[in-house]
Design a protein around this ligand. Structure first.
Ligand SMILES: [Zn+2]
Length: 139
């Protein structure tokens, strides 16, 4: 069924009327909300330089916090860190990929990616699955 201009105008008027109600509901908290946003910005702007950022959830990663560094330089917090099994799947895909991704991952050759995939898989078989909370492949 094709909608008419009248259908659109009625739907738009409904939406605008609900939008007014929503803004009225938010109004009592708007000053406190703005102040809380400002405070958080202030703190985030002045964190120690050694503080990182999770690329998964944007949470600051303080020195000593559990985290994970991917080979391509992406860092995640402990909650967003990958499981070993996820990394094994990822590296298996990389090593089968026709596109050379090894440079983006910080490897010199595609053979190194294949070796890393094999080594991760062996670790998974021998030690079981777990969340990776250290700089796993950087050593
Ligand atoms: Zn995170």
């Amino acid at each position: 069924m094709a909608y008419t201009r009248e259908d659109w105008e009625a739907a738009k008027a409904d939406l605008m009327s609900i939008e007014k109600e929503r803004l009225a509901l938010l109004e009592p908290t708007s000053k406190a909300y703005a102040a809380a946003c400002h405070r958080l910005d202030e703190i985030e702007d002045d964190l120690p330089e050694s503080t990182g950022r999770c690329e998964g959830c944007d949470k600051p990663i303080f020195e000593g916090d559990p985290h994970y560094n991917y080979a391509d330089g992406v860092t995640t917090c402990g909650n967003c860190a990958p499981m070993l099994s996820e990394l094994v799947d990822q590296y298996k895909q990389y090593s089968r990929s026709a596109v050379a991704v090894y440079e983006e991952l910080g490897f010199e050759t595609s053979e190194e990616v294949i070796k890393a995939a094999e080594s991760l898989e062996l670790d998974l078989q021998e030690n079981g699955d777990r969340r990776l909370l250290a700089s796993y492949l950087e050593d």
